[in-house]
Structures are given as C-alpha cells and as structure tokens.
Design a protein around this ligand. Structure first.
Ligand code: AMP
Length: 129
C-alpha cells in the first residue's frame, strides 16, 4: 500500500510545480480545452479510460486557497470549465466522477488546484478504502 504523504495543500504556492510549468509552456500537455480561466488536459497516468485534469490558471494550491483568494470571475470561470469539459467530451449520458485531492491525507501530489474527471467505465465505490 502506498502511504506516501502528499503535499501540504496550503500556501505558499510553488512556482516550480509541474502544472505551473505546463501553464508556462515549459512542459507539454495534451490539451482538451483552454480559456482565460482554466486549462484542461489528459492525465499522464490515466486511472480510467478517460482521465482529464482541469486546473485554474491562477496560482492556487488547493480548494481552500482558491475559495478564499480567487476572484469571483476566476471561481466562476473554473467551475464553468469543469462542466464544459464534461459536456465537450460527452460524459453526461454515461456519467463521470470529479475528484480533487487536497493535502497529505488525500495524497495530493501536485500543489496546484486541480479537478480530476474520470469517465468511460463504471467507476466503482466512492473511496478505495
Ligand atoms: P494528485 O494526486 O491529485 O495531485 O494528482 C496529480 C495528477 O497529476 C496525477 O494523476 C498525475 O498522473 C498527474 N500528472 C503529473 N504530471 C503530469 C503531467 N506532466 N501531465 C499530465 N498529468 C500529470
């Protein structure tokens, strides 16, 4: 069992995290959708037939940081992007799962807020154990 603790999930924001580098174009990604507020791309290590990550463009470590410090436009833009991607990829009929890891107990690995979208097969129980 992997008990490796995740990142703290709290500020300060690390500008060298992999998603910051993707946003700056320093690392490639397979883009699904992009607008002024969000970027969506395929996860490099998919856990389901469809596994897409949606990230806000601002420097936010996790949900509490985002909720406290992002503008209303950024919050609306990010939430709209998540829904837009689910619709764009045709997940509404068969269903999909959103998941966001925050901090050590969740095993968050990348300290930039991101929502996972899983789809493409029955996704099993809500938590593995
Ligand atoms: P989390 O554990 O919620 O922080 O998830 C981080 C996710 O980022 C994992 O599912 C990784 O497979 C994914 N990931 C890490 N590096 C990359 C990358 N360069 N491009 C796409 N996905 C990545």
């Amino acid at each position: 069992m992997n008990l490796k603790p995740g990142v703290s999930g709290k500020p300060p924001y690390d500008d060298q995290n992999v998603f910051a580098r993707i946003l700056r174009g320093e690392i490639p990604c397979r883009t699904v959708f992009e607008d002024a507020f969000a970027l969506a791309f395929h996860d490099i290590n998919p856990q389901a037939p469809h596994h897409v990550l949606v990230i806000p463009k601002g420097r936010y470590v996790a949900f509490a940081d985002f909720a406290a410090n992002a503008s209303e436009a950024e919050i609306a833009g990010f939430i709209r992007a998540v829904g837009h991607v689910a619709r764009l990829l045709g997940f509404e009929d068969s269903g999909y799962r959103l998941l966001a890891n925050m901090g050590p107990d969740s095993h968050q690995e990348v300290p930039h807020l991101h929502v996972h979208i899983f789809a493409g097969r029955p996704l099993g129980p809500m938590l593995a154990g």
